[in-house]
Design a protein around this ligand. Structure first.
Ligand code: GDP
Ligand code: MG
Length: 597
């Protein structure tokens, strides 16, 4: 395809503003699929994505419109996948900014728009859901101009749901988004945009060709990975798989090259011809590192092999999560897993439970701490990374502990500002900025990631009735007054519940934990002390009274609502218990205990 007939674009939208619906309409209107072939929402092809309304893996679709090839790149819609988003954006020349006519601009949208602007994209504002009675397209148009500073005078008005304005969007893409540039005569230079495992095709690699061309039979080299491969297929998704003779400059498509492991095909790598390589790799390659770790253990020890198999299968499609075997005194054999963020953790955990039918215990999520250790007789002073609070070295050797910090942008209607400020303050946040746009506040805070990994997002959402949005990026490690808090049940430390906390919040955290555990652990025939301790010092304590002889049914402490909730949960699945010495702890207790009160 000649360069001037190619347009590459992505869609930026806040969750639920209509990205998938619009994408489906674009595919339908350009004839990529017949009505009958359109399953509901083609681009979101995983159940969890559908339920949560987020795109996990980027997909791209090649559309034909008025003699042009339009490549629509779908990008992951969550902060955890920020790097993948940045590579997808780097593969495009423009973007559609979809804004819900009734909701307006959200923080996540802003972050993505700024990224898109950084990539010099031509951005076409699309005001969607104009069919809604609550739609205020003119107000949203003004908001796009005021908040983002983008000219929205020629925004396209659409209803993706009713099919209004779809052809106008396609025309705008051709007219307003610049054609890609590139040199067919130069050595091959292409960006690896994404990779995933397909049961039929093997590892599929999404590429954007910059210079030269990519053809079947060509020997290619991944410059960062340093590996060479023979291409056995070149194609594009229309969204059906279509085999092509080649991909030239400016084009987006896929290749397969008998690659066994997605970890070999790293997002952002530069692909070149191994015999006639390009002089310089593309800028911006980054090795993604997990930032949140937790242990995953099978409830039933006999499921360990099944868990290992399931984790390995998931990893086939997602090189960004890591796992290694771990054994815990209390939980037996399991895996220590690393994730790009909390949502990523939840997605993997949910898939293991749902798709692989596993009962799991997830230990407290932990961030990566840097520990400065003093020298000993046998060892020099050194800095280590700690991924698991259970591995905390001897306290006397620790000179200092550094924790990762983030800069968070929160965008919320004014009326919820009070509680949100308090939440950030309680989590050791440092306010950097507060501005108003219309009736909305835009807040910038620096926060320790450790304070965010538990339930920050959930609480933010519930205290703002879902209106607040949250976005963050890491800003490095900082020293903090951090200590390891252990939880003891009947005098026995439960390693799965130990965590690193700030000294100033340790007591509150500890008290909350033991109070919740008191409600979550059923009574036994004997009295059970539950303690939170730092080193040898107990900072909080509760006692579960012994069961009385005349109690027939299983009896739980706590109030009636909690009891009912627990009973409801039992109905849904079998109540799984873990034995700790002589004490049985229900599986739910582990997760529930970690939610902050
Ligand atoms: P995404 O999260 O941005 O991909 O959003 P979806 O495309 O999944 O849409 C979210 C919800 O909004 C779905 O229930 C859609 O049916 C609905 N929706 C999308 N576009 C429109 C529209 O133009 N009008 C109305 N009324 N609803 C829409
Ligand atoms: Mg979607």
């Amino acid at each position: 395809t000649p360069l001037d007939k190619i347009r590459n674009f992505s869609i930026i939208a806040h969750i639920d503003h209509g990205k998938s619906t619009l994408a489906d309409r674009l595919i339908q209107t350009t004839g990529g699929l017949t009505e009958r072939e359109m399953s509901s929402q083609v681009l979101d092809n995983m159940d969890i994505e559908k339920e949560r309304g987020i795109t996990i893996k980027a997909q791209t679709v090649r559309l034909n419109w008025k003699g042009h090839v339009l490549n629509l790149m779908d990008t992951p819609g969550h902060v955890d996948f920020a790097y993948e988003v940045s590579r997808s954006l780097a593969a495009c020349e423009g973007a559609l900014l979809v804004v819900d006519a009734a909701q307006g601009v959200e923080a996540q949208t802003l972050a993505n728009v700024y990224q898109s602007i950084e990539h010099d994209h031509e951005i076409i504002p699309v005001i969607n859901k104009i069919d809604l009675p609550a739609a205020e397209p003119e107000m949203v148009r003004k908001e796009i101009e005021d908040v983002i500073g983008l000219d929205a005078s020629n925004a396209v008005m659409t209803s993706a749901k009713s099919g209004i304005g779809i052809e106008e969007v396609l025309d705008a893409v051709i007219e307003r988004i610049p054609a890609p540039k590139g040199d067919l005569g130069a050595p091959l230079k292409a960006m690896l945009v994404d990779s995933w495992y397909d049961p039929y095709l093997g590892v599929v690699i999404l590429v954007r060709v910059i210079d030269g061309k990519i053809v079947k039979g060509q020997s290619i080299k991944f410059m960062a990975a340093g590996t060479t491969h023979l291409i056995d297929r070149v194609g594009a998704f229309t969204p059906k798989i279509e085999t092509l003779a080649d991909l030239g400059p400016g084009e987006i498509g896929f290749i397969t090259a008998q690659i066994k492991d997605v970890a070999q095909a790293r997002v952002g790598d530069t692909i070149t011809d191994s015999k006639k390589p390009t002089a310089e790799a593309l800028p911006g390659f980054k090795e993604v590192q997990p930032v949140v770790f937790c242990g995953l253990f099978p409830v039933d020890a006999a499921d360990f092999d099944k868990l290992r198999e399931s984790i390995s299968k998931l990893r086939l499609n997602d090189a960004s999560f890591s796992f290694e075997m771990e054994s815990s005194a209390a939980l037996g054999f399991g895996f220590r897993c690393g994730f790009l963020g909390l949502l990523h953790l939840e997605i993997i955990q949910e898939r293991l439970i749902r798709e692989y039918d596993l009962d799991l215990i997830t230990t407290a999520p932990s961030v990566v701490y840097k520990l400065v250790l003093s020298h000993t007789k046998n060892e020099d002073a050194k800095t280590i990374e700690l991924h698991n609070p259970a591995d905390m070295p001897d306290i006397n050797r620790i000179q200092s502990i550094e924790e990762p910090w983030i800069e968070a942008t929160i965008y919320a209607p004014d009326e919820y500002l009070g509680p949100i400020l308090k939440l950030c303050q309680d989590r050791r946040g440092i306010q950097k900025n507060l501005t108003y746009v219309g009736g909305r506040a835009q807040l910038t805070y620096e926060l320790p990631l450790n304070e965010v990994v538990f339930d920050f997002y959930d609480r933010l959402k519930s205290m703002s009735k879902g209106y607040a949005s949250f976005d963050y990026h890491q800003i490095g490690h900082r020293e903090g007054d951090l200590v390891k808090m252990s939880i003891l049940v009947n005098e026995e430390p439960v390693d799965a519940l130990s965590m690193i906390v700030h000294r100033g919040t340790a007591e509150t955290r500890g008290r909350g934990m033991v109070e919740r555990l008191k409600d979550l652990i059923p009574r036994h025939l004997f009295k059970i002390p539950i303690q939170a301790a730092i080193g040898g010092k107990v900072i909080a304590r509760e006692t579960i009274a012994a069961m009385r002889k005349d109690v027939t049914a299983k009896c739980y402490g706590g109030d009636a609502t909690r009891k009912r909730k627990l009973l409801d949960k039992q109905k849904k699945g079998k109540l799984k218990m873990r034995e700790y010495g002589s004490v049985s702890i229900p599986q739910e207790a582990f997760i529930a205990a970690l939610r902050m009160g």
